[in-house]
Each structure stands twice: as C-alpha cells, then as structure tokens.
Design a protein around this ligand. Sequence first.
Ligand code: PEP
Ligand code: CO
Length: 450
Amino acid sequence: MAIATQLEGWSPDSWQRRTTLQQPQYRDRGALERAVLALSRLPPIVVSWEIDELHRHLASAQRGETFILQGGDCAESLDDCSSERIVQQLKILLQMSLVLVHELKKPIIRVGRLAGQYAKPRSADTETKDGVTLPSYRGDIVNRAPFDAVSREPDPELLLRGYERAALTLNFVRALIDGGFADLHHPEYWDLEFMRHSPKYEDYKRIVESLSDSLNFFESITGRPVHDAQRVDFYASHEGLHLLYEQAQTRYIQRTGRWYNLSTHLPWIGVRTAGIEHGHVEYFRGIANPIAVKVGPAADPAYLKELTRALNPGNVPGRLTLIHRLGAKDIAAKLPALIDAVRAAGAEVLWVCDPMHGNTESTSSGLKTRRFDNILAELETAFRVHASMGSQLGGAHLELTGDNVTECTGGARGLSDGDLARAYRSTVDPRLNYEQALEVAMRIGRYARR
Ligand code: PEP
Ligand code: CO
C-alpha cells in the first residue's frame, strides 16, 4: 500500500532523530515541554476536510484548471494582530484574485501567508552589534526583535501566544468571508488613483471597468450580490519551520487513517531547511496535508529527484508544490533544468513562482529591498519558460501587504531607494504595497495570456 510505505518508520516526532536546522535553543527545557504539551491540547486551527479540499484545488491547478495566489507578510507579528491588518490583507488578496479571474478566465485559489507565519529562518545563529553578540531574531513565536538580551532569549510561552494569535486571525478571516466582504469585491471601492502614474494606465482601467461591468451584470440578472452566490474560499499557509510547533498540532484522523497538521492548510519547507536527510523533510513526508517546498538556485536535478520521491512517492496530484525562487538574474538559465529533472524523475508537481526571495538586495543605507522590475522580470520569465517547455505554471507566491508601505522600489509611483525610509515596516523581508501588489496581478494576467 502506497500510504503504508510512505509512512514507514514515520511518527509525528520521528524528525527528532534527524539533524534539524534552524531550531531555537531554549535554555529551560522544562518550560519548553510544558508549552508544547499545552499547545498540543488546544483545539486545531483548521480541520482535515478543509485541508483535503485545498488538496483537490491544488491538483486542479496542476492540471491548469485553476491558479493559486499565495501571499501575505514575510513574517506576522504578535503586536500587529489587528482587525485593520487582517482586513487589508484579505482585501488585497481578494482584489488581486478578481483581477486574475478576469484575466485568466479560471478560478483562483487564495492562500494567505497568515495565521501562523511567525517563525523565520536566519542566515546566522547570532547577531553582533557594537561588540555585543546575541541570538538572532527568529520570528515572534521564538523571540523578539529588539536588540537586547531579554528580547532575544527564546521564550517557549511565545509558541502559545503565536498559536492564539493565529487562531484569532483565522477566526476573523472566516467571519469576514462568511459575511460576504461585499465592499471589497466591487471595483468602485478600490483605490486606483495610483494607476494614473502608470504607463499601463489605460490597460488597467479597462480591466477594472470590465470587472465592474461583469459584477453588475451578474448581480442584476441573479438579483443578489455576488458574494451570496459564490462562497469565497480562503486557505492559510505558513513555513513549517518550528517543528515542535508543527508536531504539537499533528493529529491522527480516523476518517482518512492519516496524520494531519491542523495548524494550517498548506505548510511549506523553506529553502534553508529542505535537505533530504534533515528533520523537515522527515516530518513533512508523513503528514497528509498538501505541502510545498521552496526551490532555490542551488537545487540540482539529483536533489529534485530525491526530494519528489521522499515527499510524494505515490505521485499523488496536488500533494507536492514546488515554489521556485531563483531570482530574475538566474531564472532563465536555471529553471529549464529543474523542469527537466522533475520530468525525468516521472514526478507530478504543481509549479509556483515566488519572484520575491531571489531578488532581495540591500540599499546603500542598509535597508533590505526588492526592485519591482526584477519581480516582474522573474514572473515574466517563469511564464515564458514553463510555456516553452510545455509545463504549467500554476501559481504565484508573493510577499505583500494591503498597506501603503515603502519597502520595494519601483512600481507605478516609481519609488526610489530614498523613499524607502518613509514607511518601511517589515521586520524581515520587504513586501509589495497595495498598489504594487495590484499591479503584479494585472501583469500576471498579461504574462499568462501571452
Ligand atoms: C520566506 O518565504 O519568507 C522565506 C524565508 O523564503 P525562502 O525559504 O524561499 O528563502
Ligand atoms: Co520572506
């Protein structure tokens, strides 16, 4: 039996027998054990049938029938778990998805980077400033960002605080969606002033007007608001980095005879922790959730062959998403070999493009940024390469916010390095702001239709 083989030697804690990277070092093991036990007794954030439903959507994206829009903050923060942020985040994702429905003429599956996106991989374990060395900030579920010894000490209680915030977040998302979220659907409510600055202004205006016409037409013939007719699906995802957190909510579900990670619908493995023999791949291979893995420029064909075999030995459609994040500079040279390698391995995967993480750079003043043109160039190349190889690009993975931050340069308003300090709020990676995110959605439409 495929399932039995897949699970051979696996248990929710079998990863603990492997080398596991990027895990915090807690001083007080007793406090850690108490926190993990408490976490494992809390009710889940999502349920297995929602996870199975997303799994089916991912399988259809793999066949080219739907498109995945995955996006949100690089890292959520405990302090910023506010109704405004959640509304803004949902609003931009819904608006982008409407643009995409209109342009791609297929259903869009929305997946937030939220309700658990709290743990961050770091390139170094410690950070040194003015001769003082402290543990690196690893996300609000582990420690706190300010550079002092107390903030940087990993605190097991934060696992619980993060889980509670994740539950609050998804609870509010569900309520907004059930309530219809009406004013966010209609282009009349969109903030499109920024488009006037864009050379593509006329194109964008046409898209939005036509979207508005379609919605009005639908509502006048059915006699009810569009959100009554069609429930908006929305799923949660986060990097499954902190394996004690992930393990604590891993439950056996009688109905399917499988183990599910009920802290999120779609967990993914980051590029720094995706070694075949390491703890993350071990943990992920046994859970029944659809899973994703980030694939960077260092991935080679032999690695992809082993990875797809370890994580999806039964070649189940929708089970495994590969999110390539190669950078605008490298994508044309590297992506074809990755597509060939997966094909040669006989593996079925869903390909998604993350045009953010391969394009991070630092300004002369030391701020992390990404150039809008590089983000667009990587997306455009991704669509072109997949199409030319007869492969399907089934989604985009973005770091974005519905707020008017200044973290990535470029876009319709032409933000420069000098503008960044004005509203730079990310504690980790730079995100697309509202305008830039909407513009990306419109561009994706164009690239996909070409
Ligand atoms: C992230 O998605 O925030 C991240 C750290 O990505 P990657 O693993 O691709 O570097
Ligand atoms: Co990031």
